[in-house]
Design a protein around this ligand. Structure first.
Ligand SMILES: NC(=O)c1ccc[n+]([C@@H]2O[C@H](COP(=O)([O-])OP(=O)(O)OC[C@H]3O[C@@H](n4cnc5c(N)ncnc54)[C@H](OP(=O)(O)O)[C@@H]3O)[C@@H](O)[C@H]2O)c1
Length: 301
C-alpha cells in the first residue's frame, strides 16, 4: 500500500508549539497502580478477533494513539492512521508493518480543515473498505487562569476546535455508512476533567465535557441503529503529557500569573470525585474508577 497523504497542512498551534518538544523521554515514575494493560482488555485476548474490520485512529503517531494502533493491529484490524504529517506517521506505519503485517494506510491531515473528514473517509473506503470503528484521540490541553487568556479566539477556542469540532466532524463523516450497514463503534478520548471541576482548566474541562455530552446524545440516536458510541476517560497513563519538559504541562508564565494556581490545582486533584451521571448511561467509560467501583460494589453486599 503506497503512503497516502491528504496534505501536509501546517498544524494548528496552541497554546505553545507542542511539536517543539521532540526530545526522547520515558516516564518511569509510578503514576498509577497499574502500569500495564488490565488483563480483561489485554490485546492478546483479542488476537485476530478484528480481522477484516476497518479502524480509523486519529493522533496515531504517539501516546495513546500509537498504543491503540498496536492493540488494534494485534487484533488483526485494518488501520487508517491519521496524524499531523507523513514524517510523524512513518515510524508507526513501519512498526505495524514489521510486527503485524496488517493492512495499513497512513494519512496526514489537518482535522480542522472542513474537507478533511470526508476526504479521509473516502480514501479509507477506497483503500481498506467501509469504516467499522472510529477512535478519536483528542489533543491534550493546558492549565491557565481564564482571565489571563489574552484572546479567547486563539488558544482557548482552538482547544474547543481540536477537542470537539475535529472529532465530531469525523464522526459525522463515518456515520451514514455505519447506519446503512447497521454496525459501527465510535470512541473518543475525554478526560476526568469532563466530569470534574478543576480550576484553571476551563479549556480542557469545557471541551471534554461537551464531547462527553455529545456522545450521550449520539448514543440515544444511533444505538437503535446498531451503532455504539463511547466517551472514554483513559485514566492516568504515562504518556508524553506527563513529560516534565512538555510545554503543554509546564508553562511557568501561566503559573506565575496566578499565585494560588499551583496549590489549588494540586489540592483539587487528590480530591477527585467522579460524577456518576456519565456512568449511568453506560457510554462514559472512566478507566480509573476501579477503587470507587469496588467500594460501591462492596456497599451493595
Ligand atoms: N495520558 C493520560 O494520563 C491521560 C489521562 C486522561 C486523558 N487523557 C487524554 O488522552 C488523549 C491523548 O493523550 P496522550 O496521553 O496520548 O498524550 P500524548 O502522548 O501527549 O499525545 C498527545 C497527542 O496530541 C497531539 N497534540 C498535542 N497538542 C496538540 C495540538 N495543540 N493540536 C493537535 N494535536 C496536538 C500530539 O501530537 P504531536 O506529537 O504532533 O505534538 C499527540 O499526538 C488526550 O485527549 C488526553 O487529554 C490522557
Amino acid at each position: 500500500m503506497p503512503f497516502d497523504m491528504l496534505s501536509d497542512f501546517p498544524r494548528p498551534i496552541y497554546p505553545s508549539d507542542h511539536s517543539q518538544s521532540k526530545h526522547q523521554w520515558e516516564n518511569k515514575s509510578s503514576l498509577t497502580k497499574y502500569r500495564d494493560t488490565y488483563p480483561f482488555i489485554d490485546p492478546f485476548r483479542f488476537k485476530y478477533s478484528l480481522t477484516g474490520k476497518v479502524v480509523i485512529i486519529t493522533l496515531a503517531h504517539r501516546g495513546l494513539g500509537r498504543a491503540s494502533v498496536n492493540a488494534f493491529a494485534a487484533a488483526g484490524a485494518s488501520i487508517a492512521l491519521i496524524g499531523p504529517s507523513a514524517q510523524a506517521l512513518e515510524p508507526v506505519r513501519q512498526e505495524i508493518k514489521v510486527k503485524y503485517g496488517t493492512p495499513i494506510l497512513a494519512l496526514a491531515a489537518n482535522l480542522l480543515d472542513p474537507n478533511a473528514p470526508t476526504n479521509i473517509v473516502r480514501l479509507v473506503e477506497e483503500h481498506l473498505g467501509p469504516v467499522d470503528i472510529l477512535l478519536n484521540i483528542t489533543p491534550p490541553t493546558y492549565f491557565r487562569p481564564f482571565a489571563q487568556e489574552k484572546n479567547i479566539t486563539t488558544d482557548w477556542w482552538r482547544c474547543m476546535e481540536g477537542n470537539l469540532k475535529a472529532p465530531i466532524a469525523l464522526i459525522h463523516a463515518v456515520l451514514a455508512s455505519m447506519i446503512a450497514r447497521h454496525t459501527g463503534t465510535i470512541i473518543s478520548t475525554t478526560s476526568a476533567t469532563a466530569s470534574l471541576h478543576v480550576p484553571f482548566m476551563s479549556a480542557q474541562g469545557v471541551s471534554k465535557a461537551a464531547l462527553l455530552k455529545f456522545h450521550h446524545q449520539l448514543d440515544l440516536e444511533v444505538r437503535p441503529k446498531g451503532i455504539h458510541s463511547f466517551a472514554v476517560n483513559p485514566g492516568l497513563i504515562p504518556s508524553h503529557i506527563h513529560d516534565p519538559e512538555d510545554p503543554v504541562v509546564m508553562r511557568p508564565e501561566d503559573f506565575e500569573m496566578e499565585p494560588r494556581m499551583r496549590t489549588e490545582v494540586m489540592e483539587s486533584l487528590p480530591g477527585v470525585q467522579f460524577d456518576a451521571s456519565g456512568l449511568a448511561t453506560g457510554t462514559f467509560v472512566s478507566i480509573n474508577l476501579i477503587s470507587r467501583l469496588i467500594r460501591n460494589s462492596l456497599a451493595l453486599l
